[in-house]
Design a protein around this ligand. Structure first.
Ligand SMILES: O=P(O)(O)OC[C@H]1O[C@H](OP(=O)(O)OP(=O)(O)O)[C@H](O)[C@@H]1O
Ligand SMILES: Nc1nc2[nH]cnc2c(=O)[nH]1
Length: 180
């Protein structure tokens, strides 16, 4: 089997949309400092590109989470693998994600972060697959709503590969040509 990646959203389309969302965030947070919280690993590429386009003061922090074991995965309970370095108390926090799928991770994570007392807490995602939603999550900024296909690129992986693609694509598998 060989793999190739079909482009779903070109680099130009993604860049243009991140610029627009960056401008919108800059307007919405005028006069404030926005504290971006990146959920690793997938959110890191989007976070860097977004941060460059925000014109109000920005601070950054990173966290890494993983779902508890396969049996409890559907509960949406997440374990903190790497916690934030700084408290969120009284900060205007914007969580930055690569994709919202079932909504389980973000629903749990937002509740956890809300308990830390931020002044405000909003969510920004590069991609959203609304058809896959199991748990309701309020998303404040969405770059693209996409159909239910497994996507890679711009931080999203397939078996840890393809995160570095500068566009969003779908991995397609093809049978190798048999040579006699
Ligand atoms: O809405 P959900 O169904 O909960 O899925 C969304 C989660 O899945 C992805 O992370 P992933 O577990 O692939 O980790 P990674 O970013 O380190 O690759 C994504 O970054 C979200 O955190
Ligand atoms: N890489 C990748 N991770 C996901 N996590 C939830 N949906 C997806 C997806 O489409 N691609």
């Amino acid at each position: 089997m060989s793999e190739k990646v079909r482009v779903m959203l070109s680099e130009e389309a993604v860049d243009k949309k991140i610029q627009e969302i960056g401008e919108q965030i800059s307007r919405d947070y005028e006069g404030k400092q926005v504290h971006l919280v990146c959920v690793l690993k997938g959110g890191s590429f989007f976070m860097c590109e977004l941060a460059k386009r925000i014109t109000v003061p920005v601070s950054l922090d990173f966290m890494s989470v993983s779902s508890y074991g396969s049996e409890t995965k559907s509960s949406g309970v997440v374990r903190i693998v790497k916690d934030l370095d700084e408290p969120l108390k009284d900060k205007d926090v914007l969580v930055v994600e690569d994709i919202i799928d079932s909504g389980r991770t973000l629903s749990y994570l937002l509740e956890m972060l809300r308990d830390r007392g931020p002044k405000s807490l909003k969510l920004c995602t590069l991609l959203d697959k609304p058809e896959r939603r199991v748990v309701d999550v309020h998303v404040d900024y969405t770059c693209f709503q996409i159909p239910d296909e497994f996507v890679v690129g711009y931080g999203l992986d397939y078996d840890q590969r393809y995160r570095n693609l500068p566009y969003i694509g779908v991995v397609e598998f093809e049978d190798e040509e048999v040579i006699d």
